[in-house]
Design a protein around this ligand. Sequence first.
Ligand code: HEM
Length: 168
Amino acid sequence: MTALLAGIEQSAFSVWVRESGSVWSYPSIIFLHTVGLALLVGLNVAIDLRLLGVARDVPLAPLARFFRIMWAGFWMNVISGTVLLASDATTTLRHPAFYVKIAFIAAAVTILIRTERLLSLDDLDGPLPPAARRLAWASLACWMGVIIAGRLMTYFAAAPELLTRIGG
Ligand code: HEM
């Protein structure tokens, strides 16, 4: 397995991403990862806050149109994230933070699918089902987990010795 990961990490494309210094390599890919994050998590947080009663004058039904943009952000992050992962595979896959992040993404996306179903209901003008608030709080907690774990990954990538200090 390590040989396979080392092979991926030493591929011409991964070396270009990691070492070429081109603005189109790592800088553009982490930029796309950040744009994907902004579209997916930014819009999801706005919908969660609306479900929790913030800006309650804003009608819910039209918010369903944002899901297409959130899914585009999601796939942007899956593709850019896979490229980032490939370019540093042997180190990133040693980070506990990576697995924590992927677990939180899986949970957040499961909640996103349920929220999309909720907002496609016909009668959204009446009181919302209690599950709506639970979904919103769980979604906020999961995305917070993704961002903290994602940031810790970058932090550990910059200072791998920290990982050894915490027994990684
Ligand atoms: C789908 C939602 C995702 C979100 C919201 C997300 C969010 C983040 C965040 C906030 C960071 C830290 C960026 C920084 O501080 O510069 C990050 C870094 C990273 N993400 Fe994601 N990510 C997502 C998906 C993925 C996936 C699916 C993968 C891999 C399969 C991935 C791989 C990475 C890697 C390798 C880094 C570290 C980049 C570096 O070393 O600079 N991400 N992500």
